[in-house]
Design a protein around this ligand. Structure first.
Ligand code: GDP
Ligand code: ZN
Length: 455
């Protein structure tokens, strides 16, 4: 990347809008603005961070739009470079013309996430905070947004930086020992280092443990609606969708025989998965056998095992039951409007809910059951605590913790200090990959290409 480039992009979402914003960042941002922008009484002097009203004109004098423009001079800007924003009418023709004129002047169209990449490369934010930007934009529930905002504020990076500092201190002590090889570390020092390491490992383990909550809050609880054909799985899915205040989107199922919907129910982000379009003999329980069903069940957080509660349960219901993990299964006795059946003992340990997908009877209680499962899994965290919610972060933190553990073993076994130092450096490297201090190019590339253009 050439940091001398001045980049330009439309920052607002595509489509019609009251206002559209074109954003520029780089050394020539102000110069380019002045080529086209005329504000009465302000021919050349603009105060930083002040919005000016004026005309945006082609160099031949042709009016492009009436706009407001602001200059945010380095380093007090999103990218820490000179940033210019032009607020125009939110129509695609105007926006595109303004961008084209800036490109004529010498600006380059920004790549996805390039503004945020610059903020990161210029040291305004670390990588976890840069990643949080896109998470905030993408978050679909308040819970997910809260997790992302915490990360954007730098809560996660503060924690990681404190791990880094403590490990650097350990490394300094160990390296001091390497410089005087005749004197191995005295026992008392070793004991102290072991204690520090143990403490740090514990802190990291606690953060790693928060991943489950973080993931649930961020991605939502995945729920598979499961059972033999005709018990009312799709009807239940529709009833639940009908209860939802927000249906976030249609996500095509991971395989062709599933339908997936994201929704917010009672504030919980949920992903409902129905085995739809699969009729009779094609149903997973019937022909694909227990194994296939188990794979499906294993991939989700919670299973709603649906049976026809008005009928005696049969072998197919038993088969479906066998695929389920009782700790993550709620039994749904559907078609309550047609009568109740007697539950065979194998089903008794499961929390059971008598419902009618048709009349909505019992749906409230079922939702209570899902809520309590969700709170049990996600905890009441997310407000003040720091949560780990990203797989990439988890993997690197795991590497760091393991390296620290090996370091402790080195000390306990009184191995040469060099070995211990090596482990500490590995731990530092792993932490640096999370915050971006030591993240290789390809990781950066992968992260920033997930962004939208203009951010
Ligand atoms: P799936 O194959 O498990 O997805 O089942 P469907 O949702 O397609 O439902 C199968 C049949 O059962 C349909 O004719 C539904 O109208 C009916 N059905 C579903 N839920 C109820 C219910 O609560 N009460 C009654 N009486 N019929 C239901
Ligand atoms: Zn169905």
């Amino acid at each position: 990347m050439d940091s001398q480039d001045t980049i330009v992009a439309i920052a607002t979402a595509p489509g019609e809008g009251g206002i559209g914003i074109v954003r520029l960042s780089g050394v020539n941002a102000e110069k380019f603005l002045k080529l086209y922008f005329n504000s009465a009484g302000n021919h050349c002097q603009f105060t930083s961070h002040r919005l000016y009203y004026g005309q945006f004109r082609h160099t031949d004098g042709d009016l492009v739009d009436e706009v407001m423009a602001v200059i945010m001079r380095a380093p007090r800007s999103y990218t820490m470079e000179d940033v210019v924003e032009v607020h125009c009418h939110g129509g695609s023709v105007v926006l595109r013309r303004i961008v084209d004129l800036f490109i004529d002047a010498g600006a380059r169209l920004a790549r996805p996430g390039e503004f945020t990449l610059r903020a990161f490369l210029n040291g305004r934010i670390d990588l976890t905070r840069a990643e949080a930007v896109i998470e905030v934009i993408r978050s679909r529930s308040e819970a997910a947004c809260r997790v992302a905002l915490g990360q954007l504020e730098g809560r996660l990076s503060q924690k990681l930086f404190s791990f880094r500092d403590d490990i650097s201190d350990l490394l300094a002590e160990v390296e001091a020992g390497i410089d005087f090889p005749e004197e191995e570390l005295p026992l008392i020092d070793r004991q102290r280092l072991i204690e520090t390491s143990t403490y740090l490992e514990g802190q990291m383990a606690a953060l790693l443990d928060s991943f489950e909550s973080g993931r649930l809050l961020r991605d939502g609880l995945s729920i598979l609606i499961f059972g033999k054909p005709n018990v009312g799985k799709s009807s239940l899915m529709n009833t639940l969708l009908g209860e939802a205040r927000t249906i976030v989107s249609d996500i095509p199922g991971t395989t062709r025989d599933t339908v997936e919907e994201s929704l917010i129910l009672r504030g919980m982000p949920l992903r409902l998965i129905d085995t739809a379009g699969v009729r009779q003999t094609l149903d997973p329980v019937e022909i694909q056998g227990v194994e296939r069903a188990q794979a499906k069940v294993a991939g989700v957080d919670l299973v709603l095992l649906v049976v026809d509660g008005s009928q005696a349960l049969d072998e197919d219901d038993q088969k479906a039951l066998q695929s389920c993990d009782p700790a993550r299964t709620l039994l749904v006795l559907n078609k309550q409007d047609l009568g109740d059946s007697h539950l065979p003992t194998e089903f008794l340990p499961l929390p059971a809910f008598s419902i009618s997908a048709r009349s909505s009877f019992g749906i409230d209680q079922l939702l209570n059951g899902i809520v309590s499962f969700f709170s049990k899994s996600a905890g009441s965290e997310g407000r003040e605590t720091t949560l780990l919610s990203d797989r990439r972060h988890r993997e690197s933190l795991l590497l760091a913790r393991n390296a620290l553990e090996r370091f402790r073993v080195c000390l306990a076994e009184d191995q040469p200090s060099e070995f211990g130092a090596l482990e500490l450096r590995e731990a530092l490297q792993a932490l640096g990959e999370i915050t971006g201090e030591t993240a290789p190019e390809d990781i950066l590339e992968k992260i920033f290409t997930r962004f939208c253009i203009g951010k």
